[in-house]
Design a protein around this ligand. Structure first.
Ligand code: ADE
Ligand code: ZN
Length: 340
């Protein structure tokens, strides 16, 4: 199907109610806040200025981004830092139509340099409570295991998570993908599922379709994060569509990390046309040039986006979310009454 180009304005796409399902809170750390927190916490960043840090945002692949991402997040030290980071993200996201946000966080990266697990969870949680009260937003936390760290470390993170199910609704798997297949984490995921947590995993971002199969068949995930390389395997596309397994796709991220050569060749709409439940998300918006609404705008500009398709993508994000049935009904109603 060919969409008509530029039928929807930027304002219309920013006002479309949506859920954000693939967002690393550490990836919302803008250069200005990084320097503010570095000064407050006595941490030295390996860059002389905000401009010099921002000039590093030219990535050749996932690893080149992760190196900067882990170095910069070292400025986050206290619960207040995580509150301020999350508060700024939620305000921006709300201005771009996000009404429900499921937020990833990488606790192993913080506890490794002495930050307390509960400070991370409580800090983010405080901002989520504020956004619920002040902006009418809903949200939750998903702990991501770093797949390039030992499995024993993921086990420890899971144990910590199980004491905080007041905030944490699920677990995911992120960081360097190739060489770290989902199968490594089968036992950790089994324990998480038995404890009643939701389960998702990054797969098929840089890694092959086989990693998506493993995430489905060995980790029994409910959603695949990215999953764009599924397009290389017709049988996998059919499986995703038949089982209504959502893909949380991040168009601007995929271009910036060169998972796809350009947006015009991005498989998002081909996957949608094949009946896969795809959603549009921002991944690490401070690094990749755009929050949720800006990802919709980029898709419109490169691939075309009809009103019908935009509304379907937004409905998909709610359907794929872990929000309560009551909250989903509210969000579906808001999307159905959206007038561009
Ligand atoms: N951590 C933060 N962003 C990520 C991405 N796009 N892929 C894997 N791990 C990540
Ligand atoms: Zn991600």
């Amino acid at each position: 199907m060919t969409d008509t180009r530029a039928t929807l304005s930027d304002e219309a796409l920013a006002s479309l109610p949506k859920a954000e399902l693939h967002l690393h809170i550490e990836g919302t750390l803008e250069p200005g806040l990084a320097f503010e927190l570095a000064a407050r916490n006595g941490v030295t960043l390996p860059f002389a200025s905000v401009e010099e840090l921002a000039a590093q945002y030219d990535f050749s692949d996932l690893q080149s981004f992760l190196d900067l991402y882990y170095a910069t997040m070292g400025v986050l030290r206290t619960a207040d830092d995580f509150t301020e980071l999350t508060r700024r993200y939620l305000r921006r996201a709300h201005a771009q139509g996000v009404r429900h946000a499921e937020i990833f966080f990488d606790p192993q990266a913080h506890t490794a340099h002495g930050v307390r697990f509960d400070d991370v969870v409580d800090g983010i949680g405080t901002a989520l409570d504020e956004a619920r009260a002040g902006l009418g937003m809903s949200g939750a936390l998903i702990l991501c295991f770093l797949r390039d760290q030992p499995v024993a470390s993921a086990e420890e993170a899971l144990t910590a998570a199980l004491a905080r199910t007041d905030r944490i609704v699920g677990v995911g798997l992120d960081s360097a993908e190739v060489g770290y297949p989902p199968s490594l984490f089968a036992e950790v995921y089994s324990r998480a599922r038995e404890a009643g947590l939701h389960v998702v995993a990054h797969a098929g971002e840089e890694g092959p379709p086989e990693y998506v199969w493993e995430a489905l068949d060995l980790l029994h995930v409910e959603r695949i994060d990215h999953g764009i390389r599924s397009i290389e395997d017709e049988r996998l596309v059919q499986r995703l569509a038949a089982d209504r397994i959502p893909l949380t796709v991040c168009p601007l991220s995929n271009v910036r990390l060169r998972a796809t050569p350009d947006l015009a060749g991005h498989p998002l709409l081909r996957l949608d046309d094949a009946g896969v439940l795809v959603t549009v998300n921002s991944d690490d918006p401070a690094y990749f040039g755009g929050y949720a609404g800006q990802n919709f705008i980029a898709v419109r500009d490169a691939l075309g986006l009809t009103e019908e398709r935009a509304r379907r993508l937004a409905r998909n994000s709610v359907e794929a979310s872990f929000a309560s049935e009551e909250r989903k009904a509210e969000l579906f109603a808001a999307i159905d009454t959206w007038r561009p």
